[in-house]
Design a protein around this ligand. Sequence first.
Ligand code: SF4
Length: 237
Amino acid sequence: MIGHIHSICSMSTKDGPGIRTVIFMQGCPLRCFYCHNPDTWQPHKGEQITPTELIDRISRFFPFFGKDGGITFSGGEPLMQPDFLFETLSLLKQKGIHTAIDTASAIPESMVAKATNMADLVMLDIKMNDEENYKLHTGGDLSVALDYLRFLDKANKRVWIRQVIVPKINDRAEDILRLYKLVSPFSCVERIELLPFRTLCKEKYDALGMTFPLEDTPEMTESEIESLIALLPERYR
Ligand code: SF4
């Protein structure tokens, strides 16, 4: 079993509970306007590695995880490699390591259920809150993400919802309330995280000879994002 990974971030405090090692995996079926990792889009690029080799590489970080931390699989779209993910998650479970999948869920749930069931937490990035904007800004379908959320609810998974907030695209109070209305009926949802749009990725686009579609869009300020977070009920923050 061979997987394709883009890179490893040894210590992060922004990718799930506690201190975490993040595995960025190759491949993504979406093309989000604000993507920070366009270098992960191609599924067969990156480093080839087996689940055992990957775990051998990252096991030196395990002692730093404490009681809350663990491993997060991000990307790209980690569920693009469901068999590799399943096998790696299974090995980590045997070692008692907490695992999370950071996904936009653009792949039918029937193809990714087995891998998902092996993870402790799913961070589901709902890119936009209506079909028209979802299609326009990602090329994908909101219905696939919502079907996946229904599946997660039935499976009693722990779920954190995430959304990147972009000025003039999804930063109005009504956008946040629409997100809340979409996800609050699902009892599996523990948190809703609003992440501020950033432009740090422009250098990556330049290096790839690509144009960053939002290069003229200003970043969200801390106070702007905090005022949007305050619109959410306290139990989700
Ligand atoms: S889902 Fe993530 S990796 Fe894929 S295009 Fe969107 S932001 Fe980029």
